[in-house]
Design a protein around this ligand. Structure first.
Ligand code: ZN
Length: 75
């Protein structure tokens, strides 16, 4: 999958509208994926990965197969 993220999700500071985190996607985010890499982050850390409807399933799977996904919440 050429548009699947390969590295850590990026944060998007300074954006008015939350954008999808999928590579190359500029759609507004509709889903907040909360995740943590237990090897990098302690239990108090929660990272956010925002996704549009189209990419939410794919990004959630990406995190879930690695055991990173904590929760999936609508924006
Ligand atoms: Zn998207």
């Amino acid at each position: 999958m050429s548009d699947a993220p390969r590295d850590a999700p990026r944060d998007a500071p300074g954006e008015d509208v939350p954008r999808c985190s999928a590579k190359g996607c500029r759609a507004a985010a509709t889903v907040d994926l909360r995740w943590r890499n237990p090897k990098l982050h302690d239990a108090s850390r929660v990272k956010h990965w925002l996704a549009c409807d189209e990419h939410a399933d794919r990004l959630a799977d990406f995190l879930a197969v690695r055991g990173f996904l904590l929760a999936r919440a609508p924006m």
